[in-house]
Design a protein around this ligand. Structure first.
Ligand code: CA
Length: 177
């Protein structure tokens, strides 16, 4: 799966994604100076917009890569098996975080708001461990999944439930060996 949103229509929800948007939030294709992106707009402190894309279930390993530029705290990026999170990541307080199996967060690297980053997560479904790369530099080493799973079949992006602010996503890739 490889989606750069180029085929999308600005102002419309992206094709092949399931969007759930709370009051005063949206997830729409946006024309960013000639480059189409997926823009989450969130003006709700108790709701969010979420976009999910499903794919053929993978049982070996999955690589999930995307570019992100966030103005907001607590955007969410996840890999899932049905409704169970295998990986669950956030940006908060200047850092890229991953939620561990205990429910606490580990900060992997510094990140800034309003800056483009490429994040890549290589998930090994056999061992329930993942490696995380930020702009090509490995920042997470054999981190246990949020929950052990036997397959991965969808990814999600979302703005924050409790915070307001925009999050922009582009160049989403899901690959498997
Ligand atoms: Ca694009």
């Amino acid at each position: 799966m490889d989606d750069n949103f180029t085929a999308g229509t600005a102002g419309s929800q992206p094709a092949n994604w399931t969007v759930t948007a709370g009051t005063n939030t949206s997830a729409l294709v946006f024309d960013d100076s000639g480059n189409k992106v997926l823009r989450f707009t969130d003006n709700n402190s108790s709701g969010r917009a979420l976009a999910r894309r499903t794919f053929t279930a993978q049982t070996d390993s999955v690589t999930f890569e995307w570019r992100v530029n966030t103005a907001a705290q607590w955007p969410y990026f996840g890999m899932r098996s049905g409704s169970t999170n295998a990986t669950e990541m956030y940006f908060y307080s200047g850092g890229l975080r991953i939620r561990t199996s205990s429910g606490s967060d580990a900060q992997l690297a510094a990140m800034s708001t309003n800056t483009w980053y490429t994040i890549k997560v290589v998930a090994n479904i056999g061992t329930d461990l993942c490696n995380v790369f930020l702009d090509g530099t490995q920042v997470g080493f054999n981190i246990g999944f949020r929950n052990a799973v036997s397959s991965i079949d969808n990814i999600e992006f979302a703005s924050s439930n409790s915070q307001q602010g925009d999050v922009t996503i582009d160049d989403v890739k899901v690959t498997s060996p």
